[in-house]
Design a protein around this ligand. Structure first.
Ligand code: GAR
Length: 202
């Protein structure tokens, strides 16, 4: 499975995919391209260091539909069969999602369907939950509403702020996302009635 990653910033989840690949944990999955939408995205330096081709599409300079058209053209050029959103902080158009239906994964720092959107940690703290976590899920037309693939619960501690909670959850994201990619590449994810079923090993 040839897959591309889209990222907006730090890129630690992208790095987790590079590292998992290097350890041989993603058999049959080839990381063929990184697309960043911000000029200052640290993810690009990680791609450079790992020898992975990367492209910058300036999301500030164009409308969403144009951004997605250009991204789709790049993905087709490199024959990507799946797309992994790793801290990609933009919504995609229905056209983009349709082109890769059930082939786009995202990592989100909360136990979906709770706390979707860009402020998951802040929202979890404001709700006073005693645990949050992270979710790897398929992307659909909504904001973090697609079928959940894997989740990991992580405790919220009384003195947490958004930064401490994010730091506690992040290492679990780094395990969950490569695991979801591994399952997708192995053909072990089926979506039935909006629910993901993890198929047994062949
Ligand atoms: C991660 O915590 C990811 O779950 C979150 O952004 C961070 C990116 O970190 N994504 C979202 O909140 C999406 N709604 P990274 O750039 O170091 O991977």
């Amino acid at each position: 499975m040839r897959f591309a990653v889209m990222a907006s910033g730090r890129g630690s989840n992208f790095q987790a995919l590079i590292d998992a690949r290097a350890r041989g944990e993603l058999p049959g999955a080839e990381l063929v391209l990184l697309i960043v939408n911000r000029r200052d995205a640290q993810a690009a330096a990680r791609a450079e260091a790992a020898g992975i081709p990367w492209e910058f599409i300036d999301s500030e300079a164009m409308a969403r539909a144009e951004f997605d058209r250009r991204a789709l053209a790049l993905l087709r050029e490199c024959h990507a069969e799946a797309v992994v959103l790793a801290g990609f902080m933009r919504l995609l158009t229905p056209e983009f999602i349709e082109a890769f239906r059930h082939r786009i994964l995202n990592i989100h720092p909360a136990l979906l369907p709770l706390f979707p959107g860009a402020h998951a940690h802040r929202d979890a703290l404001a709700a006073g939950v005693v645990e949050s976590g992270c979710s790897a899920h398929f992307v659909d037309d909504g904001v973090d509403t697609g079928p959940v693939i894997l989740q990991q619960a992580v405790p919220v501690l009384p003195d947490d702020n958004a930064e401490t909670l994010a730091a506690r959850i992040l290492p679990y994201e780094h395990r969950l996302l490569p695991e979801a990619v591994r399952l997708l590449a192995a053909g072990r994810l089926a979506v039935e009635g909006g629910i993901v079923r993890i198929l047994p090993k062949k």
